[in-house]
Ligand binder design. Structure first.
Ligand SMILES: *Cc1c(COP(=O)(O)O)cnc(C)c1O
Length: 326
């Protein structure tokens, strides 16, 4: 099996002083647009819907700066699948960085207010949407469903060919990625690794049940994984100036770019945990870089970050040709 992404050994003075080895699995580099875990989660969803007869398109959910919506729009464009994004918030978001691209690739936007958006997992709301958009295959927010699991599990079969390790860290949003990693760990290894999820949102304890619910029943009792819920830095997409500065310094030291909403929070957790003496001497840690660099576009647009300090993603230039070659 060929590996979709490479791994890279990182150097940082803290890794030397704490005698740990840290690799990063570069899922951010899988594809320029459909990056990271979204590529992994969409893979079997899109394959499945293409096999169904009578399916007209795909529908999914996200916030107005969502990495999933961005990746989903491009993947559908590339594969010729009509797609709809159910977006939380008002229609004026349609001109923001993320949604401009999504529409450019042909996604139709369906805005709902925050109260309605909260019903995104409710069966009655799904049924309403299905009636409104008949024959559209509905994929939950973040692409996190049962079909996402085997795609993410492939990270583990790749890692098996790439390095030995003790601990794997990943950022956690909806939990689909961590569930896929747990499943892949069980499928590929006799030994159990320590799988450490860093929740990027506040009050994320409910995620533990969600993740268990996504696991195949045979491994639901396994507890080689953990979600650390104290590293959210104030909540989803929240971070201090100092947090952003620390991520930037880490990026400069290691030569790999992380962003402050997901992978950067994992980095901050790693640095804090190292300082707390959490890891043992000689521990081999792999960080999963889940991608999401497009999110920087929206943060720069909202002046949450300086364009000069971060790898600003490309805006749509006038006259840009519609192409699948990225
Ligand atoms: C969506 C996303 C996550 C969260 O993944 P879940 O499967 O929802 O837990 C992590 N990192 C990035 C960059 C993402 O875009």
């Amino acid at each position: 099996m060929t590996c979709l992404s490479k791994i890279q050994l990182l150097s940082h003075p803290l890794f030397d002083s704490h005698k740990v080895q840290v690799w990063v699995k570069r899922d951010d580099s899988i594809h320029a647009i459909i990056s990271g875990n979204k590529w992994r989660k969409l893979k079997f969803n899109l394959a499945h819907l293409k096999q169904q007869s009578g399916i007209k398109g795909a529908l999914s959910f996200g916030g107005s700066y969502s990495n999933h919506i961005h990746a989903f729009a491009f993947a559908c464009f590339q594969q010729g699948i009509p797609c709809i994004g159910v977006i939380r918030g008002e229609a004026d978001y349609a001109n923001n960085f993320t949604l401009t691209w999504a529409q450019y690739w042909g996604m139709k936007l369906h805005f709902v207010d925050r109260k309605t958006y909260r019903r995104r997992h409710d069966a009655d709301f799904i049924a309403e949407l299905q009636a409104q958009f008949p024959n559209y295959f509905i994929i939950p927010e973040g692409g996190s469903n049962e079909l996402a699991i085997p795609g993410v599990a492939e990270v583990m079969s790749e890692l098996k060919q790439q390095t030995q390790f003790d601990t794997l860290m990943t950022p956690v949003g909806s939990g689909g990625t961590l569930a896929g990693l747990i499943t892949g760990d069980k499928e590929n290894y006799d030994i159990e690794h320590k799988l450490l999820g860093i929740a990027v949102l506040k009050g994320a304890d409910y995620l533990i049940d969600e993740i268990s619910g996504l696991l195949p029943s045979a491994i639901q009792q396994h507890r080689n994984w953990q979600v650390l819920t104290n590293f959210h830095r104030g909540g989803y997409a929240k971070f201090s100036h100092q947090d952003a500065q620390r991520i930037m310094e880490f990026n400069q030291t290691t030569g790999v770019d992380f962003e402050p909403v997901y992978s950067g929070k994992m980095v901050l957790a790693l640095l804090d945990l190292l300082e707390q003496g959490y890891f043992t001497k000689g521990e081999r840690i792999v960080l999963l870089h889940t991608g999401g660099m497009q999110g920087l576009g929206g943060m720069i647009e909202r002046d949450m970050l300086n364009a000069e300090d971060w790898p600003a993603p490309q805006r749509i230039a006038k006259g840009t040709m519609l192409t699948t070659d990225f």
